[in-house]
Design a protein around this ligand. Structure first.
Ligand code: ZN
Length: 180
């Protein structure tokens, strides 16, 4: 199958798997908006040269949030995509605080491609935090989240000035918005 068709097939699958999920922000955007934004950032950062990484971006929350199996992703989209998705999937059996700490501790061990995906994910989350924070998050919780995202990203081995700048802009915007 050609890469354009398979990328769109992944987008369609993602829309289906996440159809009942909304973003945490007050605007309650459909979750697919997040997945498309992350995929677009990955495509831009790699100049469209890594279709498997774009597909992994579209599917990056399917295992963690929708309990889609690794095997289902591997069967339909191949081992490379499945391995990338698993590299950015947290172990949900662990308590949330520990998962967040592990993201910082494990950042440096991520492959360069998974690092790009993680950086795009954090960029998208901070962009939304700036414009549509969760209704029950006060300023200090928002600032803590930005600092945590900065700590994760500081550990990533990522060679994309484009994406690092997008992240930095999004983090600054989220901090400005939180401080009012
Ligand atoms: Zn995500």
């Amino acid at each position: 199958m050609d890469s354009l068709t398979i990328v769109l097939k992944a987008a369609e699958r993602a829309a289906h798997w996440h159809s009942a999920q909304r973003r945490k922000g007050a605007a309650q955007e459909p979750y697919i908006n997040h997945l498309l934004e992350v995929a677009r950032l990955v495509a831009e950062a790699t100049d469209g040269r890594d279709p498997d990484l774009v597909i992994a971006a579209l599917l990056h929350d399917a295992v963690e949030d929708q309990e889609v199996s690794r095997a289902a992703i591997a069967l339909e989209f191949g081992e490379d995509v499945a391995a990338l998705v698993m590299e950015v999937t947290d172990d949900k059996t662990l308590p949330k605080a520990r998962r967040k700490r592990l993201q910082i501790e494990h950042a440096a061990a991520k492959s360069p491609r998974a690092a790009i995906l993680k950086l795009a994910d954090k960029t998208s989350n901070l962009t939304t935090l700036a414009v549509s924070p969760p209704a029950n998050w006060d300023a200090s919780r928002r600032l803590d989240y930005v600092q945590w995202a900065r700590d994760v990203v500081a550990g990533l081995r990522v060679d994309s000035p484009f994406l690092l700048e997008r992240f930095s802009d999004a983090a600054d915007a989220a901090e400005r918005a939180a401080r009012g």
